[in-house]
Write a protein that binds this ligand. Structure first.
Ligand code: SF4
Ligand code: SF4
Ligand code: SF4
Ligand code: F3S
Length: 397
């Protein structure tokens, strides 16, 4: 059992697998406020990687409606119930992780979905909750209404993967160059301990090959070996296809203790570590996931706190009243297929003033510039969208 530091828990924890830390970590942010559940991401992944026999119910990317949507059924409520009390003392997690709560003889606390659990991938879609007889809209308190929101889910390429810890064959590994977690199909013998252990249920069994499979982080694109990318790291298929422009992805530099190296001009570092506007999903599981979420503004805060941890209120405060810099950086979401490694802001004129929470918020037409891994400019996007007026006849009528 290794003693490791987990910055998302604010404390050290025990992890039953010793391995050197990767130099860089593949990670991403999803803005839940912007997702329209079009499932373009789901289909982009499925049509690229899981269209074969035995993969019919295999969705490495899925979008589910919270609180009633699950894939597989009950994936999160089951593990939350098994885990028991999950208290935070300030920013420090006082409960047990899935490693610390493992039953005797097991490395990870988990459960095994049955076939039926995988058979309803979009169950609960668009089902709201709340008391319809008491719906009153209170300005600035949108969660006084009935609510639901979309949760975008892929493998978290966890810093401390439960799947890696649980596999008796050591068939799963975390790549040193980018932290992407892969299952070696030659090594795997279908024991499914990874499926049982992953608290996010993102390792999936394929009966035709009798092996498990999972999101591969579109590693050819991340490596720059996709023919389109000409050697430059690109965003993955599910990211590049996102119609709602809710996603931003990249590689961050990590220290030997698994904290992120200070890099305030990296958009992911800035959003996750400085602004703290994007939060991990169920940090209490202890795997230190690398997918981060800007929480939905309109869902009840207690529900969001149990899902994203104690940083929810501060994150939403900053998101709803963004600084000039934050508003500009948020424009970089899905602005380029190439991964952005550095950003810069050019200040523009004041273009408006709105009321947020009863106080004025000034808006400026600032421009965010994104640079690729070679320091070359790949995108330039401003707060105010440019508009163009077409002149004369525009169609055949
Ligand atoms: Fe493994 Fe699950 Fe973490 Fe993915 S989300 S790395 S499958 S533990
Ligand atoms: Fe699928 Fe690639 Fe997205 Fe993983 S990163 S869910 S493999 S499209
Ligand atoms: Fe949401 Fe984007 Fe996926 Fe559409 S493509 S469901 S907007 S994450
Ligand atoms: Fe290991 Fe999972 Fe295969 S536990 S053997 S990677 S099914």
């Amino acid at each position: 059992m290794a003693q490791v530091s987990n910055w998302q828990l604010g404390r050290d924890m025990e992890y039953p697998y010793e391995a050197p830390r990767p130099e860089k970590q593949f990670c991403m942010i999803m803005d839940t406020n912007k997702c329209i559940a079009c499932q373009s991401c789901t289909i982009a992944c499925k049509s690229t990687w899981t269209w074969g026999r035995g993969q019919e119910y295999m969705l490495w990317n899925n979008i589910e409606t919270k609180p009633f949507g699950f894939y597989p059924t009950g994936w999160d409520v089951n593990v939350l119930e098994l885990l028991g009390e999950q208290e935070w003392e300030g920013d420090v997690y006082a409960g047990q992780t899935v490693f610390e709560a493992a039953p005797a003889g097991e490395r990870v606390l988990g459960w095994q979905p049955d076939q039926a659990d995988w058979a309803y991938p979009n169950i609960g879609e668009d089902e709201p909750t709340g008391d319809a007889t008491e719906v009153t809209y209170i300005p600035d308190k949108p969660h006084s209404m009935m609510w639901m929101y979309y949760l975008q889910r892929i493998c978290n390429h966890c810093t401390y993967p439960a799947c890696v810890a649980a596999c008796p064959r050591q068939a799963i590994y975390k790549r040193p160059e980018d932290g992407i977690v892969l299952i070696d199909q030659e090594q795997c013998r279908g024991y499914r301990k990874c499926v049982e252990a992953c608290p996010y249920k993102k390792s999936m069994y394929r009966p035709t090959t009798r092996t498990s499979e999972k999101c591969i982080g579109c590693y050819p694109r991340v490596e720059g070996s996709d023919p389109l990318s000409k050697g430059i790291p690109m965003e993955t298929r599910c990211m590049a296809a996102c119609v709602g422009k809710i996603r931003l992805q990249g590689l961050v530099q990590v220290e030997p203790d698994a904290t992120w190296s200070k890099d305030p001009t990296h958009p992911l570092y800035y959003l996750v570590q400085e602004e703290k506007v994007a939060l991990p999903l169920y940090p209490q599981f202890g795997t230190q996931p690398n997918v981060f979420y800007i929480p939905p503004r309109w869902a009840p805060r207690p529900y969001l706190r149990q899902m994203f941890g104690p940083g929810v209120d501060a994150a939403l405060e900053r998101y709803m009243r963004p600084s000039r810099k934050l508003l500009a950086v948020l424009q970089l979401f899905r602005a380029s297929q190439k991964m952005i490694f550095k950003f810069d802001i050019r200040e523009g004129p004041k273009v408006g003033e709105i009321q947020v929470g009863g106080a004025p918020l000034e808006l400026f037409n600032d421009t965010a510039i994104g640079y690729d891994s070679q320091g070359r400019e790949v995108v330039r996007v401003s707060v105010e969208e440019p508009s163009f007026e077409r002149r004369g006849k525009v169609n055949s009528l």
